[in-house]
Design a protein around this ligand. Structure first.
Ligand SMILES: [Zn+2]
Length: 115
């Protein structure tokens, strides 16, 4: 579709702000490919518009660090839980029979026979 420069210039602020739909953006890009005047207009708009809102980058960095920290906390919790469970198991429950194959009884922490 061949749109006039006036129509494209009406759409350029939306396009520059990435608020245009994919179809509109495709039409604008098609026009820009062959129209230096509108490319220049887009350059002016791009210079006038901030690349991203003030303070967005520190917030993004904080979110990234926060997400990484959450993963680290989750992994640490799983490892710690497994270590505590293994410690409880090894400390409190033990097979009494030795050599292997001659299991007679199993004691809990207080020494009472479970089996
Ligand atoms: Zn044009």
């Amino acid at each position: 579709m061949n749109l006039s420069c006036d129509v494209i210039r009406d759409l350029l602020p939306l396009y520059a702000d990435r608020a245009a739909s994919a179809d509109t953006a495709a039409l604008v890009e098609e026009h820009l490919a062959s129209c230096p005047a509108c490319r220049e207009e887009l350059g002016r708009l791009g210079a006038a518009l901030p690349a991203e809102p003030e303070g967005a980058e520190p917030l993004r960095r904080f979110k990234r660090r926060w997400r990484r920290r959450q993963v680290l906390i989750a992994v640490t919790a799983v490892v710690a839980t497994a270590a505590v469970a293994a410690g409880i198991f090894l400390t409190c429950f033990r097979a009494a029979a030795w050599p292997p194959g001659r299991w007679r009884s199993l004691w809990n922490c207080s020494g009472q026979a479970l089996v």
